[in-house]
Design a protein around this ligand. Structure first.
Ligand SMILES: [Zn+2]
Length: 245
């Protein structure tokens, strides 16, 4: 283990975020969170098979942006869809953290002909410019597939993978947790809306007004503290993990 404080904190953030997303049903037996090690071409990510429900900071691997393993716990290997993370972090210097997950409801929107995943909840305005659907329904495991996926994501904050799942990107691990929760929450709200009738999309003016009055930094800080407290209280996180995060 490195003794660098930043890496130490990031390891704890990734492990905590993974456990919390698992507790919310956004991660299951697969899916992963990665974070860039600041100022390097390396990232932290969990292994292929360590349980998302029990992930610890020391379980994480250090991998470079070409997929080379720099540091790994004994008998571990990176996830098979590692290229999702390396390709996006390579293509997007503005992104620090990446989530790949298989959210139940959001993924259903990759199978509808005429109904894109639009924002119906106010916090989903983050994705109001559209959530592209990557057409490849397969496992994203080759460098070419990773590059194609990064191209579909473009400059956006999320994309869906047809019949497969989603990719979200954010400026930090706490922000990624918040996005993960809001993304599926919005998909569920839209799904229920469509059962009640036709969805009336938010107008450009409504979106602009909400964006203008929204303080993302403050919102992320508030929800990160809330979810850490919740997870600490119900045992999702071991005693003392929330301290200093
Ligand atoms: Zn996947």
């Amino acid at each position: 283990m490195k003794t660098d404080t930043t890496e130490k904190i990031l390891r704890r953030q990734v492990a905590a975020c993974t456990r919390m997303l698992h507790a919310h049903g956004i991660l299951g037996y697969s899916g992963h969170v990665s974070v860039r090690l600041p100022g390097t071409d390396r990232l932290l990510i969990q292994s292929f098979d360590r349980s998302r429900a029990e992930l610890s900071p020391e379980d994480l691997l250090v991998v470079d942006l070409d997929g080379g393993v720099i540091e790994a716990p004994k008998n571990t290997k990176p996830p098979s869809e590692l290229v999702i993370h390396t390709a996006i972090l390579k293509a997007r210097p503005d992104v620090e953290a990446v989530l790949h997950c298989h959210p139940e409801t959001a993924t259903l929107f990759t199978l509808l002909e005429d109904q894109p995943l639009i924002p119906v909840k106010n916090h989903a305005i983050r994705w109001a410019d559209g959530v592209p659907v990557h057409p490849d329904p397969g496992h994203i495991s080759s460098p070419e597939q990773g590059r194609d996926l990064a191209a579909t994501l473009g400059k956006g904050a999320a994309c869906l993978l047809r019949a497969h799942g989603a990719v979200l990107v954010a400026e930090s691990v706490p922000a990624l947790l918040v996005d993960g929760v809001h993304f599926e929450e919005n998909a569920e709200a839209l799904s229920r809306t469509l059962m009640m009738g036709r969805a009336k999309p938010l107008s450009e003016d409504e979106i602009a007004a909400m964006r203008g009055s929204f303080n993302r930094e403050r919102h992320v800080a508030k929800l990160w503290i809330y979810y850490l407290g919740l997870a600490q209280g119900d045992g999702t996180l071991p005693e003392g993990w929330a301290k200093g995060l």
